[in-house]
Design a protein. Structure first.
Length: 125
């Protein structure tokens, strides 16, 4: 059973009509080609600590020394983050200079979100 249905007789076409597709674009950070989810309602850009440690940190990018932003999720809970980085982001021919990304702590909740995202994306294949 998909996490997007309750097991009733509603077929996946109903879910597809109810929920829009995620907008994913190709970007480049420090020469690293990535798929990026575009969330037009988000006020910040984030990457996980594990992604940072595995892919970004080896490229020589250092974390900021400041940690002054307090983040809250839509439900009011705090979002833990370590620090932030500022890097150039390339999208097609456009280069956005020194864009900030918050490095959020990995958590079991994020693993659950990845499972939901995977199930959601499978609907569109």
């Amino acid at each position: 059973m998909s996490p997007l249905t309750d097991g009733s007789n509603q077929d996946s076409s109903f879910v597809k009509r109810l929920i829009g597709k995620c907008v994913v674009i190709k970007i480049s950070i420090l020469g690293l080609e990535l798929q990026s989810l575009v969330d037009t309602c988000s006020m910040v850009s984030t990457i996980t600590e594990s992604f940072y440690r595995e892919f970004i940190e080896p490229l020589g990018t250092k974390l900021s020394e400041d940690s002054f932003i307090q983040l809250k999720a839509a439900n009011g809970l705090d979002i833990s983050y370590i620090r932030y980085i500022e890097v150039d982001v390339q999208y097609n021919e456009t280069i956005l200079k020194q864009r900030g990304f918050l490095i959020v702590k990995d958590s079991r909740v994020m693993s659950l979100q990845e499972s939901v995202k995977k199930s959601y994306l499978e609907l569109w294949e």
